[in-house]
Every structure is written in C-alpha cells, then in structure tokens.
Design a protein around this ligand. Sequence first.
Ligand SMILES: C[S@@+](CC[C@H](N)C(=O)[O-])C[C@H]1O[C@@H](n2cnc3c(N)ncnc32)[C@H](O)[C@@H]1O
Length: 328
Amino acid sequence: MNNQKILEKNTSNLPKPSTIKLKNKLIKKIILIPIISVLLLLLVYHEKIKTFSLFKKEKIYLDQYETNIFYQIKQKLIENHCSDMWANQREFLNGVIRKFLPKKILEIGVNRGGSSIIILNAIKDIKNSKLFSIDLFSDKIIGKCVKEYFPELSKKWQLFTGNIASEFMEKIGKNIDLVFIDSGHWEPGEILDFLMILPFLKENAIIIFHDIANQITVSKVRDEWAPYIIFNGIRGKKILPSGNKILTHDIGAIILENNQKKYYHDYFRLLGGQWQYFPKEIYINSLKKHFKKYYDKECLFMFNEAVVFNREFVKNNPKKAFYKINSD
Ligand SMILES: C[S@@+](CC[C@H](N)C(=O)[O-])C[C@H]1O[C@@H](n2cnc3c(N)ncnc32)[C@H](O)[C@@H]1O
C-alpha cells in the first residue's frame, strides 16, 4: 500500500467535519446550558443561599427573613412609640421566629410591649402558638401598647407581672421552644433570668438576648454587662444579624446544644462576678427555693456563695452599686 492509500484508510474512520460540529453543539447544549442556568439561579437567589450557608458557620443573616409579615405592623408600632429596639433588631426578632416557627414562647422584659407585639404578630399564623410574657413591674405601662393598639393580637398572649420569673415558671410550664430576654441588663440580671428558665426549655430551644453589646456600645456608662456575659457563656450555636459587625451587634440568638445539664455548673459560675445591684431579699429567697428544686447541691452552693459575697460588697460600697430598683 502506498502512503496515500494508508492515509485514506486511516482518515476514513475519523468523523467528518460536519459530525464534529454537531457533536460540539451537543456538548455545548448538554454541559454549558445547565451550568449557565445554575449560575443564573445562584445569582438570583444569592441572598437566600447566603442565609443558609452561613447558618452552617453558626451565623444566620435573618434580619431580612420574611419581613413582609413584620411590615404589616411596622408603621403602627413606630407611630405609637411602642418599641425599645432599633429597626434591624426588630427585624431580626421577627426573622428568627419566622425561620423556626416556635409554638411555646416566653418573653422576659415587656415595658410598653413593643417586642411582645413583634412576637405576637410573627406567630399569628402558627397553629397552637402562644406567648407568655413576664415583667418585674406591674404598673399600667407594662404591655400597654398590646392592649391599646393591637388588641387583636392579644388572643395568644398571657402576661405575668409584679415578680421575677421563678414565681411564674411552674404556671407557664415546660417545653418552651423560644425565649426572648430583654430585662435588667446589670449583673446579675439576665444571668439569673436564664438560670430561672433553663429547666423549662425544650432540648435545642432558642434564646434571643437583646442588648448583648451595651457594655461596649453605650459610650458613657458601659455598665450593662449581664446580657453580654450570659450570651457568650451559653453553649450552643450563636446567630447574629447581618452586617459587618460581630462583637458590637446588640441582639443575638442561641440554639441550645443538646443536654444542657452538663453545663449547669459552668452557668452558675457566671454568677461569680461583681454584682451591680443586690436583689431584694424576697427575690433571693424565691431564687433559693427555685434553684434547690431544679438544680443540684453544687449549683445551690455557688448561688449562696455569690449572694454572701455580693450582699457584703453592696452593703460596704453603696456608691458602687448602681441599681436601686431591686434593692431594699
Ligand atoms: C428594656 S425594657 C423591655 C423592652 C421590650 N422588650 C421592648 O423591646 O419593647 C426592660 C423591661 O424589663 C423589666 N425587668 C427588669 N428586670 C426584670 C426581671 N428580673 N424580670 C422581669 N422583668 C424585668 C423592666 O421592668 C422593663 O419593663
């Protein structure tokens, strides 16, 4: 066979240029089109995808989550001066509730009821959901905005006033899905609130704390340490609002880790700082009874130690003890 013939024989097995073109077209269609579509989808749903992938890294950007629900009441809430929170904090509170759809919710710290309204509005379409709210004070202002401006939301609301949480928890009962705490801010404030309610929470319950950065952002005073200490001390997944802050975000949520009992001693150790006020003796007695019932001897021992040292400190340093409301 001469060279020409060999070449013809070999090339006769190769696809013709027209078949190559067709194949290329097919490859383009089969591979490129789906890739481009996925990229386009990623672009369109970028915000949502960001939300859920950040969740894995223990941060969710939820302040834009289902805000349509929140916007139904936003204007009325602001016009009537009901809220003690900033815009993104209100949206974060709404977003966490809409994401997790809790049924049994507890709130500590009501004031005029701004946060109660946000929660009640966010659960209005959740079947069998209910909000229990507690405030230390019982004057007329507590919960006033719910009663005056949003009475239609109060069907799912029960308000307890005039005492600390330990006095109400047995009436409220166990299996709480989500808690929002925005109460005293000075130590031991929210640390005690958390210890009072912890045995009543569901496994993996969610706790939202307001004012977790007041000790650094409230420029002149810098004395509100309790929410910062307890938020950082609790074991679980921390969730923060979006934005380029981390330490200075003033609201945050925690999804509790399984089996919180193993951390009870660590939590009681958080009471060992310098208290900024000393609670009334009737509250100390109520707390002792409550802690004796729901925690072990070591926890009670730590509480008693903290009480003895801080009672003494406040007595000897009345000018250093900030808080007057709870003190005798
Ligand atoms: C900052 S206001 C709450 C504002 C409300 N969460 C809102 O955003 O509209 C704090 C409230 O906590 C209440 N408070 C303080 N210490 C408390 C405690 N140990 N237990 C329950 N309520 C407490 C105060 O009476 C006050 O009404």
